[in-house]
Write a protein that binds this ligand. Structure first.
Ligand SMILES: NC(=O)c1ccc[n+]([C@@H]2O[C@H](COP(=O)([O-])OP(=O)(O)OC[C@H]3O[C@@H](n4cnc5c(N)ncnc54)[C@H](OP(=O)(O)O)[C@@H]3O)[C@@H](O)[C@H]2O)c1
Length: 215
């Protein structure tokens, strides 16, 4: 596949790009600061750009099979839904370009449309994770938009739970009832698999390690 990646310089994104290339895919990465991507690969194209500034999405989507967004800017998202604004531009551009597949990585503390978070997660979000509340509100607005206005596209949202950039702790699987505290590399590997998992289309599930693993 030719994959267009937003957030390629991020903690999940860097792993995602490396794994996608290793898996034989080609990557076009949009980065505010291209120098942050230290990978060099014949199948990696880096385009300078920001989602909060005008982007030539039609050109970026040319020849693309799937789009991946692993975006976050905690400070900006405190006051502005930058991801939602961007996805609202991206989706019509994907329709114009005939690109149907979209993987969006959100967080386990972002609620699925129409559902409340379990009480314990609501408490975590209001206390130790409160500085990320804007990011979760933005991710929730993206999910609502995809759910209500973009069901013609094959989108999947991965509500990741990530605790560290340590080594792999195992293989993550989709779960609507449990979210493991994974590592960035495991979340990236799982998100890459999700891109070709038709059963995951139109889901906003979490991911969990197989039973018996230490979370
Ligand atoms: N970090 C966690 O512990 C965690 C846990 C669970 C879920 N998540 C979710 O996973 C997703 C990705 O998180 P992450 O921690 O992997 O990402 P991250 O390390 O915070 O990186 C975010 C990425 O978004 C890019 N970005 C931000 N603003 C941009 C803009 N205006 N234009 C273009 N690119 C922009 C950043 O580029 P720059 O390099 O230029 O800043 C970076 O590549 C988020 O939805 C987050 O809620 C994160």
């Amino acid at each position: 596949m030719q994959i267009l990646v937003f957030g390629a310089t991020g903690q999940t994104g860097q792993h995602f790009v490396r794994l996608a290339l290793a898996g034989g895919h080609s990557v076009r990465a949009v980065a505010r600061t291209p120098g942050k991507l230290t990978l060099v690969d014949d199948h990696l194209e880096v385009v300078q750009g920001s989602i909060t500034e005008p982007l030539d999405l039609d050109r970026l989507l040319d020849g693309v099979d799937a789009v991946v967004a692993m975006l976050g800017d905690r400070q900006a998202q405190e006051t502005r839904m930058i991801n939602t604004e961007f996805v609202r531009e991206l989706v019509p551009a994907m329709r114009r370009g005939g690109v149907r597949r979209f993987l969006y990585q959100a967080g386990g503390l972002s609620a699925v449309p129409g559902k409340r978070l379990p009480l314990v997660l609501r408490i975590v979000r209001r206390t130790i994770a409160r500085s990320y509340d804007g990011q979760h509100r933005d991710n929730e607005a993206v999910m609502r938009y995809l759910d209500t206005e973009a069901r013609d596209l094959q989108w999947t949202v991965h509500r990741a739970g990530i605790g560290s950039d340590g080594p792999s702790k195992g293989t993550l699987r989709r779960s609507s009832s449990w979210i493991s505290i994974g590592t960035f590399v495991d979340c990236a590997e799982y998100s890459l698999r999700l891109l070709t998992d038709d059963r995951a289309v139109h889901t906003c599930d979490g991911s969990a390690y197989a039973r018996g693993r230490r979370d």
